[in-house]
Ligand binder design. Sequence first.
Ligand code: SAH
Length: 224
Amino acid sequence: MRFDIITVLPGLLESPFAHSILQRAQKKGLTEIHVHNLRDYADNKHKNVDDYPYGGGSGMVMSVEPFAKCIEFLKSERGYDEVIFMSPDGETLNQSIANHLSTKENLIILCGHYKGIDQRIRDLFVTREISIGDYVLSGGELPAAVLVDAVVRLIPGVLSDETSALSDSFQGELLDAPVYTRPANWNGHKVPDVLLSGNQAAIDNWRHEQALERTQKRRPDLLE
Ligand code: SAH
C-alpha cells in the first residue's frame, strides 16, 4: 500500500514515519510513504503556496495551482483510490474508516495550513475529507500521520502478532481488556490470579468480562 502526502512542511512528517511499527512496515516492503513538498510545485519565484482570501478576513488560503500540479503529476504515474483532505469539517476518523482504507492500494493525502485550502481543490480533486476530531490544529500533518498510523498497523503482516490488532478497542463492539506484565506482585499490588492460572479458557472468559464491564462504564454507546 502506498501513501503520497502533500505538505508545505515535509520536515514535520519525518519523525512519525521513521520509528517503530511504521518504520518496520516500510522496511518490510508492506507500505511506501512518500512525502512531497508542495513548494516544489509552485511556479512563482518565491515559491509561494498561499495568498490572501477573496472577500477579506484573517488568515491566508492555500492556492489551487501547486496542489493541482502535484496531484496531476502523481496521477500521471499511477491510479489512486482516494484523494483525502485532512480537515476538521470532514467525517470523523474511526476504526471502521481505518479498516476500509487499509484495503486500498494508493492514497493521496493533502495537508492544509493557515485558513485552509482553496475550495476548488476540494471540489475538483478531493474524494474524501477526514477529521481526527472536533478541535482545530494548525496544520494537516499531524492528522495525516494519525491517519497513516491507524491504517498501516492494519495491513496484514505489519504487526508481528497479527491477532493483536483484532483484539484492540473498537475492532469489535468492546473496548480492550486491562493488560499486565511482570512483576506479578509490585509493592503488594497483584496481577489478577486468573492471568497466572495457565487456564486459557478462564483467561479468555475473564478478558471478555473485563472488556464488557469497561465498555459498559466508559462507552455504553458502543453496546447499543
Ligand atoms: N479554517 C479551518 C481550519 C484550518 S486549520 C476550519 O475552521 O475548518 C489548518 C489545516 O489544519 C486544515 O486545513 C487541515 O488540513 C488541518 N486540520 C486542522 N484541524 C484538523 C482536524 N481536526 N482534523 C484534520 N485536519 C485538521
